[in-house]
Structures are given as structure tokens and as C-alpha cells.
Design a protein around this ligand. Structure first.
Ligand SMILES: Cc1cc2nc3c(=O)[nH]c(=O)nc-3n(C[C@H](O)[C@H](O)[C@H](O)COP(=O)(O)OP(=O)(O)OC[C@H]3O[C@@H](n4cnc5c(N)ncnc54)[C@H](O)[C@@H]3O)c2cc1C
Length: 412
């Protein structure tokens, strides 16, 4: 008969799968079960690039190396970017008041990579399947969680019953495990939606990530592997509805205009989708034998492309704390260990979340005073090399109190 797991991870999204892989590698003697409500990820090299992509930082790349997943991702389809151009809607892309970040500013080969979420999930899943101490259940939606007692008790909608010493809630922004654990979230709606679409433009993207701030929200053009560009256009719900309803020709003209023609005309465009944007943060990440990671703990505005990057740092920090506890004979669900994880990650996530929120407030309006402040700020950042270096290192995830896996690509 199989033994009960020591750890159950609820959710095999990017963050949950990474958490399980890091724990499995750091502590080969513990048994880990991963539950996911959905079927396995689908990704094929011959398919068109998926609609959901993420700008992954260097820190995230290192975490994925430590998970044993980066090799498959890199062999799949990745869009490296070496430059970033960020500018205010009221001025031209190359004019004064625009910021140009380059990997060369800090002597790095790239600033990051644009990667399809499904490819990341598939590579992490394949990494998990290579561990002897991991079991993965697809189509297993968490239905109950009881945290009292020596072991947490879990049930799934398909009738499984499990118990574990540690439960990790990695089931995304609308986390059921968080609710069952009695943890809350605070925050607000941005009253914006992000419209996403893959497009092909007249000009090559030049391995550059572009972001233009408009009064209704920013539009980002992210370079994909095959010369296409992924757009993430954050705007009012009404404009998002209108963008989804447009015919292709009108939509392409709207994208070219909103991005100020930085890549010329838009020649082709694929399917579109829109996502509501919310800022959410759990005041507590842990309760008893339970800990939250990733979007289950926090959701941020996509303007800085940091949501899953923060989640990968949660995964690495939690795995590091739990592995250190196991090495000294501690219970992996020891509340004191989990509070150490919370004290580590909560302030880091809070700081990032507030910073993105402030940027969105400063930029998503047409107040002339705010316009002067942001152009002066951009000019300052663009001209002061040390300040620029700090921004670049922060965007690459190389600043702050980093877990070992994010520093070196090797799990602690
Ligand atoms: C438009 C847009 C653009 C973005 N761009 C970027 C970017 O460029 N860079 C970046 O870092 N971040 C970006 N993000 C944020 C990023 O997508 C999220 O932070 C990330 O997907 C969160 O991953 P996760 O694993 O925590 O949660 P999820 O991806 O939500 O995964 C949760 C998993 O849990 C499973 N699940 C749910 N409920 C249950 C249950 N009851 N039982 C079992 N399993 C369950 C789900 O099936 C899913 O697999 C963007 C977000 C948006 C909306």
C-alpha cells in the first residue's frame, strides 16, 4: 500500500508545479502529491504561440533551472529580449522623457524571456514526473480541507481522501484552498481589463519589449520567438469590450495607433481574449499546516510583468525554509517554519505590489500635473546610469532578499 503524502500541493499551475519540483529535489525522502482541477497542459512546437505568455525574469529562469524545467522550455520556444522601451503616450518613443533599458546597462546577455505559460507548465509537469517522490493527479479539484490535528485532511471532488503534514495552496487568484483554510484577501479592482492577442508587424521587434502608457492604461508589445509580438493592452472595460468586438482590420489599426506605430503597421492578428485586473493580497499567508504561494497569495497589475516572477520566488523561499526544517528533523508543516516563510515573502510582495499600483495610478490618467511628474521621472531614470541599473536589476529579479535557487539556479 502506498504511504500517505507528507506534503500536498493544491494546484499545478506554474507556481504550484515549481514549488513541488523544488521540494522534491531538496528533500528526496518526503512524499509529495500534487492535485490539479484541470487536465494536463497542452503545448506543441508546431502550434501557433499560445495567447497567455509571461515575461520571465533572470531570477525565474534560475528557479526553473533548479526545478529541472528550463532545458525543455529553452528547447521549446522562447523570446529573449535585450532592450525595453517605455514611454508616455504624450511623447514619441525615442524622444526626451522616454526610457531605454538595455541588458548592456548591466553587462547581461538578456533582460529576460517571453515564454508561453502552457510551455512552462508542460516543462514543469515533465520535471515532476521524473521525481520518484512525486505523484500528480489531474482533474482532481479540491473539495474539502480540514486543518486541525496532527495531519491536514483533504478531499477532492472525484472522491480522493488524503492527509498530509503540510498543504500548499497554489490554486490561483480565486483559491478555494485559501477560503477553506479561513484566510482572506484584501485589495481592489483596477476597473481595467487586459486585452491579449498575438500579432505580426511590419517592422522586426528587435528583441525589444515596448510599453506605451496611455491615460486609459498601458499597452505592451512583447517579442515572441517566431517574430510575432504578444500584446497586453490594459484599458477600461468598455474599451476592452470594443476591442474584442472589432473586425480584424479595425483592431490592427487600433493597435498600431495605440502603440504609436513603434513597429509600423500591424499585418496579422490572431484570436483575442480579455482578463479583469485586480490587486489582491492575503494579510496572512499561513494558518496551521497551510501556506499560500503565487496568485493564491497575491495578484498584481501586469504592467511590470511580475506576477508569476513573484510567485516563483515564493515557491523557492517556501521550499528552502521547509527543506532546512526537514534537515534538522522538523515537521514540514511546523507553523513556526511557515511563519518564517511568510515573514520573508510578504514584505517583498507587498513592496512590489504597491510600487506597480503607484505606477498605474500615476500613468493611467490624463492629469497634466501627473504628466509632468512622469516625464521628469523618466528623464531622470534615463539619464542617471546608476538609477537605471537599479531598475534593470529589480526587473530582472536580482534585487531583494533572494532564495538560493534564484541566486544560483541550484535548490538549497
Ligand atoms: C494579461 C496578463 C498578463 C500577465 N503577464 C505576466 C508577465 O508578463 N509576467 C509575469 O510574471 N506574470 C504575468 N502575469 C501574471 C501571471 O499570469 C500569474 O501570476 C500566474 O499565472 C499565476 O500562477 P499560479 O500558478 O500562481 O496560478 P494559476 O496560473 O492560476 O494556477 C492555479 C492552478 O490551480 C488549479 N486549481 C484551481 N482551483 C483548484 C482546486 N480547487 N483544486 C485543484 N486545483 C485547482 C488550476 O487548474 C491551475 O492549474 C500576467 C497576468 C495577466 C492576467
Amino acid at each position: 500500500m502506498r504511504r500517505e503524502p507528507d506534503i500536498v500541493v493544491v494546484g499545478a499551475g506554474m507556481v504550484g508545479a515549481a514549488t513541488a519540483a523544488l521540494l522534491a529535489r531538496a528533500a528526496p525522502s518526503i512524499a509529495i502529491t500534487v492535485l490539479d482541477a484541470d487536465p494536463p497542459p497542452q503545448w506543441g512546437a508546431g502550434d501557433q504561440p499560445g495567447l497567455r505568455v509571461s515575461a520571465l525574469s533572470e531570477a525565474s529562469r534560475r528557479v526553473l533551472v533548479a526545478c529541472g524545467a528550463w532545458g525543455e522550455i529553452a528547447a521549446g520556444r522562447i523570446g529573449p529580449y535585450t532592450q525595453m522601451r517605455v514611454w508616455d503616450g504624450a511623447i514619441p518613443a525615442g524622444g526626451p522623457g522616454a526610457v531605454h533599458f538595455s541588458a548592456a546597462d548591466i553587462a547581461a546577455p538578456v533582460l529576460g524571456h517571453i515564454v508561453e505559460n502552457e510551455l512552462v507548465r508542460l516543462a514543469l509537469r515533465n520535471a515532476l514526473l521524473r521525481f520518484d517522490n512525486v505523484r500528480l493527479f489531474d482533474g482532481a479539484r479540491l473539495a474539502s480541507l480540514v486543518l486541525d490535528g496532527e495531519r491536514a485532511e483533504l478531499g477532492t471532488e472525484d472522491g480522493r481522501r488524503l492527509s498530509a503534514r503540510l498543504v500548499v495552496g497554489a490554486d490561483g487568484a480565486r483559491s478555494a484552498s485559501r477560503e477553506m483554510a479561513g484566510l482572506s484577501v484584501r485589495g481592489h479592482d483596477y476597473e481595467q481589463r487586459a486585452v491579449v492577442c498575438n500579432i505580426r508587424c511590419q517592422l522586426p521587434h528587435g528583441e525589444t519589449a515596448w510599453q506605451r502608457f496611455l491615460p486609459t492604461g498601458p499597452i505592451a508589445l512583447l517579442p515572441l520567438a517566431d517574430g510575432q509580438v504578444s500584446i497586453v493592452w490594459s484599458t477600461t472595460p468598455a474599451e476592452a469590450e470594443a476591442l474584442l468586438a472589432m473586425d480584424d482590420e479595425t483592431f490592427r489599426a487600433a493597435v498600431a495607433e495605440a502603440s504609436d506605430g513603434c513597429l509600423g503597421q500591424v499585418l496579422e492578428s490572431g484570436p483575442r481574449a480579455a482578463f479583469p485586473l485586480r490587486m489582491r493580497h492575503a494579510p496572512d499567508y499561513t494558518r496551521g499546516r497551510f501556506a499560500l504561494v503565487g496568485d493564491a497569495a497575491h495578484t498584481v497589475h501586469p504592467l511590470a510583468g511580475q506576477g508569476v516572477n513573484l510567485g516563483f520566488l515564493d515557491a523557492a523561499a517556501l521550499a528552502e525554509v521547509v527543506a532546512a526544517g526537514l534537515a534538522t528533523g522538523r515537521d514540514p508543516g511546523d507553523p513556526a517554519l511557515l511563519r518564517r516563510y511568510e515573514r520573508w515573502r510578504k514584505p517583498e510582495n507587498f513592496f512590489a505590489m504597491r510600487a506597480f499600483d503607484a505606477i498605474n495610478r500615476l500613468f493611467s490618467n490624463d492629469n497634466p500635473a501627473a504628466g509632468s511628474v512622469r516625464r521628469a521621472g523618466f528623464t531622470l531614470v534615463d539619464r542617471l546610469a546608476p538609477l537605471k541599473g537599479v531598475f534593470v536589476r529589480r526587473a530582472m529579479g536580482l534585487e531583494g532578499d533572494l532564495p538560493a535557487a534564484a541566486r544560483s539556479g541550484v535548490a538549497a
